[in-house]
Design a protein around this ligand. Structure first.
Ligand code: SF4
Ligand code: ZN
Ligand code: ZN
Length: 313
């Protein structure tokens, strides 16, 4: 079968959401063009400098590969964090990343929870368990990762920080916020970024319209060697996200293109809601000075450390 786009090469990929069969090159071009469109809306094309948060997984490699194909490598800082999770060797992955970034000419900066927060993720989780807290490791991990990424964006003077969240991640997050009834988080998820604090570097997600299977296929066809082992915390403790993921996969299987439609409809709705909403500056944490949610005195990260006995008030 020949490719539905170039009508020349042999098609090797079927895209259920578009109904097209594509050759390798046309598939790469299709993904990059969809990332470029999203990056344009999010202001990446006109930014002076952008920080790309990279874990070494397939999504982050596609992120750097796509973004560096349309903006110069000198405007990109890749940023990697080693969380310190036993059996999940991010350090080894960081080395693979370093070599790959070298080939693209992109600066890679690496850090760890241990050096920035004072504790590995495993140490934080162990302390919280000793204190009898029933908090998911992902709550610690996500919160401190966001903090470190934002701090790095400020330190390296970037206009934006971009993460490798894909379409599946984004739709899961929308559904989770809907289930929790968290409207203020929900409307921050639209396609055009909004700034909720002068101390937050604006966060963008250029892969938000790319299916997870597409990032996997892209990385595989490029011959990337990426971490295939899942984090032990997600294996051991199924979360609401895992349940939502199963739900939306069965929907997508029955009706290909559903995830894209959900996101496109959501973007339209969120634009309408945003046009009537006003955003006021977030309050600052009394301990670390980071922005925190309305009505809070201390940010969630500091609160987690205090409750785990790792920070005194
Ligand atoms: Fe962190 Fe693992 Fe949770 Fe991912 S699954 S947020 S790496 S603890
Ligand atoms: Zn083709
Ligand atoms: Zn704080």
């Amino acid at each position: 079968m020949t490719c539905d786009v170039c009508h020349k090469n042999e098609a090797i990929i079927f895209q259920p959401h578009s109904g097209r069969s594509l050759c390798k090159d046309c598939f790469f071009n299709d993904v990059k063009e969809r990332v470029r469109k999203e990056a344009e809306k999010q202001g990446i094309l006109n930014s002076r400098k952008v920080l790309l948060a990279v874990s070494g997984g397939k999504d982050s490699l596609v992120l750097v590969d796509a973004i560096s194909s349309f903006i110069s490598a000198s405007r990109i800082v890749a940023f990697n964090i080693v969380e310190g999770i036993g059996g999940y060797n991010r350090a080894e992955q960081a080395e693979k990343l370093r070599k790959y970034m070298e080939t693209l000419g992109v600066q890679l900066v690496s850090t760890s929870f241990k050096s920035e927060v004072g504790y590995t993720l495993d140490e934080m989780v162990r302390s919280s368990e000793v204190k009898g807290m029933n908090v998911s490791p992902c709550t610690f991990c996500g919160g401190f990762r966001r903090k470190l990424i934002n701090n790095a964006g400020i330190l390296y003077g970037t206009d934006l920080v971009a993460t490798g969240h894909n379409l599946d991640d984004e739709v899961q997050t929308i559904m989770i916020n809907l289930i929790r009834g968290d409207l203020s988080r929900l409307i921050r998820l639209g396609d055009v970024p909004i700034k909720v604090s002068g101390k937050f570097v604006t966060r963008v997600k250029p892969l938000r319209k790319i299916y997870e299977w597409e990032t996997t296929m892209y990385a595989y066809l490029k011959g990337y060697s990426f971490q295939e082992v899942e984090c032990p915390h997600i294996v051991n403790k199924p979360t609401l996200r895992a349940k939502v993921r199963d739900l939306i996969y069965s929907l997508e299987e029955e009706r290909p293109g559903s995830l894209l439609k959900i996101l496109e409809q959501f973007d339209e709705i969120s634009q309408k809601i945003r046009s009537n909403a006003s955003f006021t500056e977030l309050p600052r944490c009394e301990i670390c000075g980071d922005p925190t949610s309305y009505g809070r005195r201390i940010c969630k990260n500091c609160e987690l450390l205090i409750r785990s006995g790792l920070l005194s008030q």
